[in-house]
Design a protein around this ligand. Structure first.
Ligand code: ZN
Length: 254
Protein backbone atom coordinates (compact mmCIF):
# COMPACT_ATOMS: atom_id res chain seq x y z
CA UNK A 1 0.00 0.00 0.00
CA UNK A 2 1.45 3.43 -0.87
CA UNK A 3 1.97 5.69 2.16
CA UNK A 4 2.29 9.43 2.76
CA UNK A 5 3.04 11.66 5.74
CA UNK A 6 1.40 14.89 6.88
CA UNK A 7 0.53 17.06 9.89
CA UNK A 8 -3.14 16.98 10.88
CA UNK A 9 -5.73 18.29 13.31
CA UNK A 10 -8.52 15.94 14.45
CA UNK A 11 -11.80 17.69 13.57
CA UNK A 12 -14.11 14.87 14.60
CA UNK A 13 -14.49 11.13 15.00
CA UNK A 14 -17.06 8.38 14.80
CA UNK A 15 -17.07 4.71 15.68
CA UNK A 16 -16.44 1.99 13.13
CA UNK A 17 -17.19 -1.63 13.98
CA UNK A 18 -16.22 -2.84 17.42
CA UNK A 19 -12.73 -1.41 17.90
CA UNK A 20 -12.02 1.19 15.21
CA UNK A 21 -12.71 4.85 14.61
CA UNK A 22 -13.05 7.01 11.53
CA UNK A 23 -11.35 10.36 12.06
CA UNK A 24 -12.13 13.51 10.13
CA UNK A 25 -8.78 15.23 9.74
CA UNK A 26 -7.65 18.60 8.49
CA UNK A 27 -4.25 17.80 7.00
CA UNK A 28 -1.67 20.44 6.12
CA UNK A 29 -0.84 18.89 2.75
CA UNK A 30 -3.92 17.09 1.41
CA UNK A 31 -6.87 19.05 2.81
CA UNK A 32 -9.74 17.56 4.77
CA UNK A 33 -10.02 13.77 4.67
CA UNK A 34 -11.42 10.81 6.58
CA UNK A 35 -9.10 8.05 7.76
CA UNK A 36 -9.44 4.87 9.78
CA UNK A 37 -7.73 4.58 13.18
CA UNK A 38 -7.64 0.82 13.62
CA UNK A 39 -8.02 -0.43 17.17
CA UNK A 40 -8.42 3.13 18.49
CA UNK A 41 -11.20 2.09 20.90
CA UNK A 42 -9.14 -0.60 22.59
CA UNK A 43 -7.90 0.69 25.95
CA UNK A 44 -4.29 -0.27 25.35
CA UNK A 45 -4.08 1.20 21.85
CA UNK A 46 -1.46 3.87 21.20
CA UNK A 47 -4.03 5.50 18.96
CA UNK A 48 -6.72 5.92 21.63
CA UNK A 49 -5.35 9.24 22.96
CA UNK A 50 -4.65 10.51 19.48
CA UNK A 51 -8.27 10.52 18.33
CA UNK A 52 -9.49 13.31 20.66
CA UNK A 53 -10.82 16.35 18.80
CA UNK A 54 -8.38 19.33 18.41
CA UNK A 55 -5.33 17.05 18.82
CA UNK A 56 -2.46 17.90 16.46
CA UNK A 57 -0.78 14.88 14.96
CA UNK A 58 2.12 13.84 12.77
CA UNK A 59 0.77 11.02 10.65
CA UNK A 60 1.75 8.36 8.21
CA UNK A 61 -1.24 7.21 6.20
CA UNK A 62 -1.64 4.23 3.92
CA UNK A 63 -3.83 4.67 0.87
CA UNK A 64 -6.83 2.37 1.20
CA UNK A 65 -9.45 1.35 -1.35
CA UNK A 66 -12.17 3.62 0.08
CA UNK A 67 -10.65 5.17 3.21
CA UNK A 68 -6.98 5.74 4.02
CA UNK A 69 -5.61 4.07 7.14
CA UNK A 70 -3.43 5.59 9.85
CA UNK A 71 -0.27 3.49 9.97
CA UNK A 72 1.89 5.66 12.25
CA UNK A 73 0.96 8.47 14.57
CA UNK A 74 2.70 10.89 16.91
CA UNK A 75 0.94 13.54 19.00
CA UNK A 76 2.47 17.01 18.42
CA UNK A 77 0.07 18.88 20.72
CA UNK A 78 -2.97 17.49 22.52
CA UNK A 79 -4.12 20.99 23.64
CA UNK A 80 -5.19 19.89 27.15
CA UNK A 81 -6.13 23.48 28.14
CA UNK A 82 -8.93 23.41 25.54
CA UNK A 83 -10.66 20.71 27.60
CA UNK A 84 -10.18 22.51 30.92
CA UNK A 85 -13.39 24.56 30.85
CA UNK A 86 -16.70 24.51 29.01
CA UNK A 87 -16.10 27.86 27.27
CA UNK A 88 -12.83 26.76 25.65
CA UNK A 89 -14.15 23.28 24.87
CA UNK A 90 -17.25 24.67 23.14
CA UNK A 91 -15.35 27.28 21.13
CA UNK A 92 -12.75 24.73 19.99
CA UNK A 93 -15.51 22.29 19.02
CA UNK A 94 -17.20 25.04 17.02
CA UNK A 95 -13.90 25.90 15.27
CA UNK A 96 -13.50 22.24 14.19
CA UNK A 97 -17.15 22.01 13.14
CA UNK A 98 -16.76 25.17 11.07
CA UNK A 99 -13.72 23.77 9.25
CA UNK A 100 -15.60 20.55 8.60
CA UNK A 101 -18.58 22.50 7.19
CA UNK A 102 -16.65 24.99 5.03
CA UNK A 103 -13.71 22.97 3.67
CA UNK A 104 -14.43 20.49 0.88
CA UNK A 105 -12.89 17.03 1.07
CA UNK A 106 -9.43 16.77 -0.52
CA UNK A 107 -9.54 20.41 -1.62
CA UNK A 108 -5.93 21.58 -1.33
CA UNK A 109 -6.62 25.23 -2.26
CA UNK A 110 -4.82 27.46 0.31
CA UNK A 111 -4.80 24.47 2.66
CA UNK A 112 -1.44 25.29 4.29
CA UNK A 113 -2.65 28.80 5.18
CA UNK A 114 -5.92 27.38 6.55
CA UNK A 115 -4.07 24.75 8.57
CA UNK A 116 -1.58 27.23 10.06
CA UNK A 117 -4.42 29.65 10.88
CA UNK A 118 -6.31 26.85 12.67
CA UNK A 119 -3.27 25.85 14.74
CA UNK A 120 -2.68 29.51 15.70
CA UNK A 121 -6.36 29.93 16.67
CA UNK A 122 -6.36 26.80 18.87
CA UNK A 123 -3.25 28.11 20.64
CA UNK A 124 -4.88 31.52 21.17
CA UNK A 125 -8.00 29.86 22.57
CA UNK A 126 -5.79 28.20 25.21
CA UNK A 127 -4.71 31.61 26.54
CA UNK A 128 -6.65 34.19 28.55
CA UNK A 129 -8.22 36.95 26.48
CA UNK A 130 -10.20 39.99 27.61
CA UNK A 131 -13.07 39.01 25.33
CA UNK A 132 -13.35 35.22 25.13
CA UNK A 133 -14.65 35.22 21.56
CA UNK A 134 -11.92 37.44 20.09
CA UNK A 135 -9.59 34.55 19.03
CA UNK A 136 -12.56 32.71 17.52
CA UNK A 137 -13.90 35.73 15.63
CA UNK A 138 -10.39 36.58 14.45
CA UNK A 139 -10.15 33.03 13.12
CA UNK A 140 -13.55 33.30 11.41
CA UNK A 141 -12.61 36.54 9.66
CA UNK A 142 -9.28 35.22 8.43
CA UNK A 143 -10.82 31.96 7.28
CA UNK A 144 -13.44 33.92 5.32
CA UNK A 145 -10.68 36.01 3.77
CA UNK A 146 -8.68 32.93 2.69
CA UNK A 147 -11.83 31.30 1.25
CA UNK A 148 -12.70 34.50 -0.64
CA UNK A 149 -15.89 35.21 1.33
CA UNK A 150 -14.71 38.23 3.33
CA UNK A 151 -17.69 40.52 4.00
CA UNK A 152 -17.54 44.10 2.70
CA UNK A 153 -17.21 46.32 5.77
CA UNK A 154 -16.00 49.74 4.63
CA UNK A 155 -18.67 50.76 2.17
CA UNK A 156 -22.25 49.92 1.23
CA UNK A 157 -22.36 46.76 -0.89
CA UNK A 158 -24.96 48.33 -3.19
CA UNK A 159 -23.91 51.97 -3.66
CA UNK A 160 -20.25 52.15 -2.52
CA UNK A 161 -21.01 54.88 0.03
CA UNK A 162 -18.19 54.90 2.56
CA UNK A 163 -19.43 53.83 5.99
CA UNK A 164 -17.91 54.60 9.37
CA UNK A 165 -19.11 56.13 12.67
CA UNK A 166 -22.74 55.47 11.86
CA UNK A 167 -25.50 52.93 12.36
CA UNK A 168 -25.59 50.60 9.34
CA UNK A 169 -27.23 47.30 8.40
CA UNK A 170 -25.62 43.94 7.78
CA UNK A 171 -26.84 41.34 5.31
CA UNK A 172 -25.22 37.92 4.86
CA UNK A 173 -26.97 37.38 1.52
CA UNK A 174 -25.67 40.73 0.18
CA UNK A 175 -22.19 40.00 1.50
CA UNK A 176 -21.63 42.87 3.92
CA UNK A 177 -22.85 46.22 5.21
CA UNK A 178 -25.55 48.39 3.71
CA UNK A 179 -26.15 52.13 4.06
CA UNK A 180 -29.46 53.24 5.71
CA UNK A 181 -30.97 53.92 2.27
CA UNK A 182 -30.25 50.40 0.96
CA UNK A 183 -30.82 48.40 4.16
CA UNK A 184 -34.34 47.39 3.16
CA UNK A 185 -33.07 45.89 -0.12
CA UNK A 186 -32.12 42.71 1.78
CA UNK A 187 -34.74 40.66 3.60
CA UNK A 188 -32.15 39.25 6.02
CA UNK A 189 -30.72 42.62 7.12
CA UNK A 190 -30.36 43.73 10.73
CA UNK A 191 -29.00 46.94 12.25
CA UNK A 192 -25.51 47.21 13.74
CA UNK A 193 -24.16 50.14 15.76
CA UNK A 194 -21.25 52.40 14.77
CA UNK A 195 -19.23 50.78 17.58
CA UNK A 196 -19.88 47.31 16.15
CA UNK A 197 -18.88 48.44 12.66
CA UNK A 198 -15.64 49.83 14.10
CA UNK A 199 -14.82 46.53 15.85
CA UNK A 200 -15.58 44.53 12.71
CA UNK A 201 -13.25 46.80 10.73
CA UNK A 202 -10.59 46.35 13.46
CA UNK A 203 -10.86 42.57 13.14
CA UNK A 204 -10.04 42.82 9.48
CA UNK A 205 -7.05 45.10 10.24
CA UNK A 206 -5.24 44.12 13.46
CA UNK A 207 -2.63 41.38 13.81
CA UNK A 208 -3.48 38.08 15.50
CA UNK A 209 -1.56 38.95 18.67
CA UNK A 210 -3.58 42.15 19.17
CA UNK A 211 -6.94 40.43 18.74
CA UNK A 212 -7.06 39.28 22.35
CA UNK A 213 -6.91 42.90 23.55
CA UNK A 214 -10.09 43.96 21.75
CA UNK A 215 -12.87 44.63 24.22
CA UNK A 216 -16.09 45.98 22.69
CA UNK A 217 -19.23 46.78 24.70
CA UNK A 218 -21.96 44.19 25.46
CA UNK A 219 -24.26 45.31 22.65
CA UNK A 220 -21.47 45.17 20.07
CA UNK A 221 -20.55 41.69 21.26
CA UNK A 222 -24.13 40.51 20.60
CA UNK A 223 -24.12 42.17 17.15
CA UNK A 224 -20.72 40.73 16.19
CA UNK A 225 -21.75 37.24 17.29
CA UNK A 226 -24.85 37.58 15.13
CA UNK A 227 -22.96 38.95 12.10
CA UNK A 228 -20.57 35.99 12.13
CA UNK A 229 -23.27 33.43 12.93
CA UNK A 230 -25.43 34.56 9.99
CA UNK A 231 -22.48 34.86 7.64
CA UNK A 232 -21.06 31.43 8.46
CA UNK A 233 -24.50 29.83 8.14
CA UNK A 234 -24.95 31.48 4.74
CA UNK A 235 -21.65 30.10 3.40
CA UNK A 236 -21.90 26.63 4.93
CA UNK A 237 -23.36 23.82 2.83
CA UNK A 238 -24.85 22.18 5.90
CA UNK A 239 -26.00 23.10 9.39
CA UNK A 240 -23.18 24.06 11.74
CA UNK A 241 -24.52 21.94 14.59
CA UNK A 242 -22.35 23.29 17.41
CA UNK A 243 -23.43 26.93 16.93
CA UNK A 244 -26.61 26.56 19.00
CA UNK A 245 -24.67 25.13 21.94
CA UNK A 246 -22.04 27.86 21.63
CA UNK A 247 -24.82 30.48 21.75
CA UNK A 248 -26.24 28.95 24.95
CA UNK A 249 -22.78 28.89 26.52
CA UNK A 250 -22.29 32.55 25.60
CA UNK A 251 -25.71 33.43 27.04
CA UNK A 252 -24.64 31.90 30.36
CA UNK A 253 -21.57 34.17 30.40
CA UNK A 254 -18.97 31.49 29.63
ZN1 ZN B 1 -26.09 52.08 -0.21
Amino acid sequence: MPTYTTDAIVLGRRNLGEHDRILTLLTRDYGKLNAVAKGARKGNSKLSGATEPFTQLKLMLATGRSLDIISQCEISNSHPALRSDIGRLTRSSYLCDLLDCLIHERDETSIKAIYDLSVAALSLLEKESVWKDSPLHGFEFRLLTILGYMPVLNHCVLCDMELSDQMVAFSASQGGVLCPQHASAASDHFGISADTLQTLQDFARVGTEKLCNLNPGPQSILHINRVLREFMKYHSERTIKSIEFLESIRAMGN
